[in-house]
Design a protein around this ligand. Structure first.
Ligand code: GDP
Ligand code: IMO
Ligand code: MG
Length: 423
């Protein structure tokens, strides 16, 4: 089948960028299908670290084409910075980075609206990355958005002005003090637009479907994670796009019967950045150790990530919603040195034991029920084959495979491209 999907099964930051980079050599095209610069995808190879926000994670390879799909929202200011980073690394992207005309643009006022909306929520704030994601998708579904293809038309600046004026009125409604200089923001915005216009715009759905007919191999790259999906995540503490498998169909214009493998990426434990329920969250030394050893700070905002045990109830839910065919387990190395590991296998929900993810997983309703596993001491980071992995880790892997019914085909033992064990 022509299009494989790669997506996160938890609350984001599972290590999607690393695995896309590892798998790119097998694909002709890498296509991002949703989200925007709220994402931060980290790639490490040859001793260098790169963080991508909008650009697909196949960009560092010579041969693959990289497409920013229609489901993505692009901030021209951040996009320009990403391109400048590629320039610094002598990556020749002009011919291998293509942008969908149907992708929507994040305007400076979308970012302001995001900030105003978050401030107005007080303690109930989502913990947004404040990149303007919510307001941009609202304009998309409200049929007011500006798309990349509009930049080829004469009247796009009028459209821009009209939408910006409307946004300023909405900002007034919020009646919240936010200091900004719109003129300054617009200077950066227009510079970003010019840079964006130097790239090739395409009708990406046509491009991809033609590629499928020509038997090209395509990997669709997701952003965020299944528990941040607008429909299936922990609403309202979610992002504003469909991060799950169906989002790849709408975000690229690829039909469901063209989807092949669905690679589900998960951490051997769980992290979350931003607000919202997290049943297995730890507030003890174990959580601190995960955060410290795993360097759990957001790649986009630098915020500390909340850490906790692996939640199999939530993982099985994500496997189901996405139709995952292969699991890839990240950051097993971070768990070396724990005496005992816990995995949540069911919840006590309103006094009853349940094995599915209920509607409301706020802490007052949920107590996780755990199975315990023996930890391992060995440092995994130099290991290159499955045979070297400690038995207790293999038991941990075995348990997850049995519970989910899906094979774990990659075990990642460090952030570098090379620290990847393929099973
Ligand atoms: P993404 O958003 O899913 O691409 O993930 P991020 O890049 O936001 O976060 C994953 C973090 O974990 C990054 O800092 C990676 O360099 C790092 N990482 C990825 N895989 C591994 C691994 O197997 N072990 C360790 N220790 N770090 C990893
Ligand atoms: P990657 O692709 C982790 C979280 C934010 C917040 C919520 C809504 O790197 O895995 P938004 O900016 O979309 O309004 O924020 O979603 N969030 C992420 N958390 N990884 C991400 O992306 C995220 N993108 C958004 O922290 O809780
Ligand atoms: Mg990330």
């Amino acid at each position: 089948m022509a299009v494989d999907l790669l997506l996160g099964l938890q609350w984001g930051d599972e290590g999607k960028g690393k695995i896309v980079d590892v798998l790119t050599k097998k694909y002709d095209i890498i296509a991002r299908f949703q989200g925007g610069p709220n994402a931060g995808h980290t790639l490490i190879f040859n001793g260098n670290k790169h963080v991508l926000h909008t650009i697909p994670s196949g960009i560092f390879h010579k041969t693959a084409l990289n497409i920013v799909g229609n489901g993505v929202v692009i901030d021209p200011v951040i996009f320009k910075k990403e391109l400048e980073n590629l320039d610094k690394n002598n990556i020749d992207y002009e011919k291998k980075l293509l942008i969908s005309r149907k992708a929507h643009l994040i305007l400076p006022t979308h970012r302001l609206l995001d900030a105003a909306s978050e401030t107005s929520k007080g303690k109930a704030k989502i913990g947004s990355t404040l990149k303007g994601i919510g307001p941009t998708y609202m304009d998309k579904t409200g049929r007011n958005g500006i798309r990349v293809g509009d930049l080829e038309l004469d009247d796009w600046k009028e459209k821009y002005q009209a939408l910006t004026q409307k946004h300023l009125k909405i900002l007034d409604y919020f009646n919240i003090q936010i200091s900004y200089d719109l003129k300054e923001l617009e200077v950066e915005f227009y510079k970003g637009i010019e840079k964006l216009k130097s790239l090739q715009f395409i009708d990406s759905e046509d491009y991809l479907n033609t590629a499928i007919k020509e038997n090209k191999t395509i990997l669709a790259e997701g952003a965020q994670g299944s528990l941040l999906d607008i429909d299936f995540g922990t609403y309202p503490f979610v992002t504003s796009s469909n991060t799950t498998a169906a989002g790849a169909c709408t975000g690229l214009g690829v039909a469901p019967n063209k989807i092949g493998n669905v690679y589900g990426i998960f951490k051997a434990y769980t992290t979350r950045v931003g607000s919202g329920p997290f049943p297995t969250e730890l507030f003890d030394k174990n959580g601190e150790t995960m955060a410290r050893v795993g360097h759990e700070f957001g790649a986009t905002t630098g915020r500390p990530r909340r850490c906790g045990w692996l939640d199999l109830v939530a993982l099985k839910y994500a496997v189901q919603v996405n139709g995952v065919t292969q699991l890839m387990m990240m950051k097993g190395d971070v768990l070396s040195g724990f005496d005992t590991l816990k995995v949540c296998t069911s919840y006590k929900y309103k006094g009853k034991e349940v094995t599915h993810l209920p509607y409301n997983i706020e802490p007052e309703n949920i107590t996780p029920i755990y199975s315990e596993f023996k930890g391992w001491e060995a440092d995994l980071t130099e290991m290159t084959t499955e045979e070297e992995l400690p038995k207790n880790l293999l038991d941990y892997i075995d348990f997850i495979e049995k519970e989910t019914g899906v094979p774990i085909t990659i075990v990642s033992v460090g952030p570098d491209r090379k620290q990847t064990i393929i099973r």
